[in-house]
Design a protein around this ligand. Sequence first.
Ligand SMILES: Nc1ncnc2c1ncn2[C@@H]1O[C@H](COP(=O)(O)OP(=O)(O)OP(=O)(O)O)[C@@H](O)[C@H]1O
Length: 292
Amino acid sequence: MERLFIVNEHAGKGKTKKRWPMIQRHLDTFGIRYDARFTSKPKEAIEIAKKAVHHYSQLIAVGGDGTVNEVVNGIAGQGTLFGLMPTGTGNDLARTLHIPDDPYLAVRCLANGTHHPMDLLDINGFYVAGAIGIGLDGAVATDINLASWKKKTGTVGYILSMLKLLLTFPPFAVSLQIDDQAFFFPNCWLVAIGNSKYYGGGMKICPQAVNNDGVLDLCVVHNLSRIELLKIFPSVFHGMHVLHPNVLCFQGKKVRVTTERPVPIHGDGEILGNTPSVIVVRPHILNVLFGS
Ligand SMILES: Nc1ncnc2c1ncn2[C@@H]1O[C@H](COP(=O)(O)OP(=O)(O)OP(=O)(O)O)[C@@H](O)[C@H]1O
């Protein structure tokens, strides 16, 4: 068998459970033969994917960005083709790869089989397909992941967490070593490192990021009052925050992040511990199926 679908029925607050039978019908319509495995607990998709690379030439994640990152971590560097059916809440990688939300159109993309190599971010041996956030947004991700009702309410939970942390999270001093250049920001809110443009369900945090250019893009938000930060926040959905003089963009291949106190890190919404940290771009390490 050529294709394995790894299905997280818990992704998308019940959406995946409803969508999977539709996806199956469309797969039959297109005459696509496949096997399917369902995850029974968090992180299991990594193990399923690791074993499946020996038996399948294509692995397709059915879920959101959490499921995507788990499958990606099981297959990166193995040459196995990676595809996805977006049935999660945020679906940021699907947005980047132009894979439609509609199950019929998503299956049609898969049937067309257009693929290209893509870069990934490597943080302490863990791969991230979209973007990493350090500081304020890491604290927001932590807050949401700790309160399951906030996860369930989606955007409402996100906005409530963001407002709470905008009022309470203290800025931090950060040293960045980007390749051979050193920077210091004494009053920083967040450092985002993008392989792709999006995180957090459509926030264009690193608008210049291209996921197959062999470089990582950084966005540093610093030296703003809480009120100013609140004011520029909506502009991130259009990537216009980078026009503000206190939002700085950099590019590189490797970044070392050192902070005066440990601050939280997330990768595509999953909690990845605290600083200090080193993030490296791994060029063309994953072959991905994409839409038109
Ligand atoms: N059987 C399971 N029971 C509970 N949780 C699971 C199970 N299988 C996987 N998970 C976890 O579900 C979490 C959420 O999945 P995922 O991120 O794909 O969906 P989402 O949060 O709705 O979408 P997005 O990340 O795009 O917003 C993942 O962290 C994954 O580890």
